[in-house]
Design a binder for this molecule. Sequence first.
Ligand SMILES: [Zn+2]
Ligand SMILES: [Zn+2]
Length: 578
Amino acid sequence: MDKLDNLRHSTSHLLAAAVTSLWPEAKPTLGPPIENGFYYDFADLKISEEDLPKIEAKMKQIVKTWNGFEKIEVSTVEAKKMFKDNHFKIELIEEIEKSGEKITLYESGKFIDLCRGGHIDKPSQKIKYFKLLSIAGAYWRGNEKNPMLTRIYGTVFPSKKKLDDYLFRLAEAKKRDHRKLGKELGFFIIPDEVGPGLLIWTPKGATIRREIEKFIVQEQIKRGYQHVYSPHIGRKSLWVTSGHWDLYKDKMYAPMKIDKEDYLVKPMNCPMHMMVYKSALHSYRDLPVRIAENATVYRYEKTGELSGMVRVRYITQDDSHIFCREDQVIDEFIGVLDYIIYLLRVFGIKNYYFRLSLRDPKNKDKYLGSDKVWYQAEEKIEAAVRKLNLSYQKVEGEAAFYGPKLDVMVKDALDREWQCGTIQVDFMLPERFQLEYIDKKGKPARPVLIHRAPLGSIERWVGLLIEHYAGNFPVWLSPIQVAVLPITERNLEYAQNITNNLINQEIRAVTDDRRETLQAKIRDAQLAKTPYMLVVGDKEEKDGTVSKRDRKGKDYGLLKIDDFILALKKEINEKTLG
Ligand SMILES: [Zn+2]
Ligand SMILES: [Zn+2]
């Protein structure tokens, strides 16, 4: 355990001491340090979050008497006697006994707990900056057949500043939560009538998605990709050939019968692009062939794991398959990396790294292909990443079943990590689908396949963006770019003309024609996170001008509408982050 873990773990002892002092019937069970804090699970404890301040106060009082954690070694018999009223601890004692380990207790002040150790010294001085955060139900040892316990979460830091920073980020994360903010802003709905995890993009969210898709299609065309459309269902045999049916079945929906034959809703798009490649003859000179599609695929996720836009039962991938010669793999891979880095910059993501996901060496039967092919693919990926001098981490067990992959790990404005896009090198599917090209000697040869989806899922990506931008989308992505606000009813026609002018120039504008005060209109446009507001009254109407404001409350004063449009178009074209 590192120092911070020791501090967290020590504080969980303190929490248990306070809880048992306030509620003597409560039975402490386990209290480990976790990422960003600690928890402790109690049996026979019925409390609510309103009790947390009382527990904190007790902790502050008790910790003054704690000078250290004193280790006491006891026999099993003694330990069982001490915890005779707590069958959870008895269960732990019996496990320790079986493992042959010594049973140790730690005493701090008047509180004694069964524990393996890992504490700080001088708790009375060091446990100062803590906070209890929430209460949740948790099954004993995470098993739903076991009794439900009361879990208290808390956090602790070595300094006030660090604690305050963390609490600020926590509060900010709550405010930015895309499930809350995305609904408030009217970006999506997940109606129960449709089904869990089946989200509908409402007009504003659909606008964001359409702008992203337009942008990536155009950008990919510049980079030599050819776009296609393919069906959402296909014969089951397609995914039998690809190996998905054998190795990916638990994520797939059951087949449906069409003309007495099994069809599947597609869980992955790969076989469709294999068909595109196969539909023409290719010579070595034609390669690489880059087929792209914003393709919606359907995957089963457990109900309990569904979450807003980031875990849904269908995802739209910015999918592409690059068919190339073996001598082109590294350059193609580098081309994809270059594109990914460009995309991240456009979206204002500064903090990211790459993760090289490899096979689980203990479970090779979960993957296709020989060791040789796997090492070959891994080598190509590493060569490409090294050529660009990118840092990466290696992780075992996260590969696709047909090959190793490089995952894009993004950190958002609050420093939280999101797994997004991925690039994979695949020698397997070209073999299984019998893909060919004619090599220099006029003989048939196998291409290598690169699967890539830089954003991963567009649903997840927009969820991330909502939280990253806190809803303040840059102008190019904002569902409404300009709100025109007439001061009085007299100015409504002038306002409407301006809005029409903007719409004709492909700017997303609306007139707020409600009988509200100007203040209310400005406030509502700001709440909707509309980048610009144009206020128009008698003076503006007479001069043929507008008064420009932004969502941060800045007032730019009067300007000519044409000047406004010119500047706005520049901002949109440059995809300025704002
Ligand atoms: Zn301990
Ligand atoms: Zn694929």
